[in-house]
Design a protein around this ligand. Structure first.
Ligand SMILES: [Zn+2]
Length: 265
């Protein structure tokens, strides 16, 4: 699979993606908010956009659909339950569906939590190419999406337990926003001794570019505090910050507590 990760450099630091089949150069555009830039990049690469896929209905993900479709005739796909919220969806997707483009196959994951109807797209890898997850506002580098814009943190936790935590360490993570530096700050606020988060933050301070940085699930297990619910420092910190008895905290309440603290951080 050919992947182009395109930072939009707007106030919300959105990413959009172009994914193309190596054989046919037919492409999927994921959340192409900056439609002019998306079309320009596709043209420069010689890729022809056949599908526009939205991870969820928020405006910063669907705002570029119309002009991209007008210019390319692409089919619009989204979560079947987001079809009322997103204008002109041609085809609704459900868990387990395969999104095809040329020879390229992506598995549709139904991942509620940020919104109630959110999909991630999973590429299972190929010879000498590791798997990849296009995760919208479900999983970010070193963090997770908000749950107060039409979602629910308990459901987000369930999504992570059932679908994100079990992913293999070599899965590359391609999120909907570039929030890694801020998120590392939150991980270190909760877990000041986290060596992996410290050293990655130092690399960014020394000039590593965040907007082209690609993490993996294996790295997320180290630097993303939402993956680290059983760490003593995390659990104790939640009990102190939320003024609750640590013995009453389980993984879900720790996750929900982290999300609440992150909202206010
Ligand atoms: Zn969103």
């Amino acid at each position: 699979m050919l992947i182009r990760q395109i930072p939009i450099r707007n106030a919300l630091s959105n990413y959009m993606y172009l994914l193309a089949c190596e054989e046919t150069l037919e492409a999927i555009a994921i959340d192409p908010l900056d439609h002019a830039l998306c079309l320009k990049v596709a043209e420069e690469l010689g890729w022809s956009i056949k599908t526009v896929a939205n991870t969820h209905h928020h405006h910063d993900h669907i705002g570029g659909n119309e002009p991209v479709i007008a210019a390319t005739g692409a089919e619009l796909v989204a979560h079947v339950e987001a079809m009322q919220a997103i204008p002109n969806v041609d085809r609704g997707l459900q868990a387990g569906d395969t999104l095809k483009c040329g020879e390229l196959n992506l598995k549709v994951m139904d991942t509620p939590g940020h919104t109630m109807s959110h999909i991630c797209l999973y590429f299972s890898g190929a010879e000498s190419e590791s798997p990849a997850l296009f995760c919208g506002d479900t999983l970010f580098n070193a963090g997770i999406g908000r749950c107060d814009l039409g979602g629910a943190p308990e459901l987000m936790h369930q999504t992570f337990v059932e679908q994100i935590f079990p992913l293999a360490d070599d899965v590359r993570v391609f999120p909907g926003h570039d929030y890694i530096e801020n998120n590392l700050g939150f991980t270190l606020d909760r877990e000041p001794d986290n060596q992996s988060a410290q050293s990655l933050r130092a690399e960014f301070k020394a000039g590593l570019s965040a907007e082209s940085y690609v993490s993996t699930i294996g790295l997320e297990r180290e630097i993303n505090v939402f993956f680290r619910l059983d760490q003593a420092q995390v659990r104790t910190g939640i009990a102190v910050s939320l003024n609750t008895d640590e013995r009453e905290l389980d993984d879900q309440s720790t996750f929900v507590g982290l999300r609440r603290l992150r909202d206010e951080w």
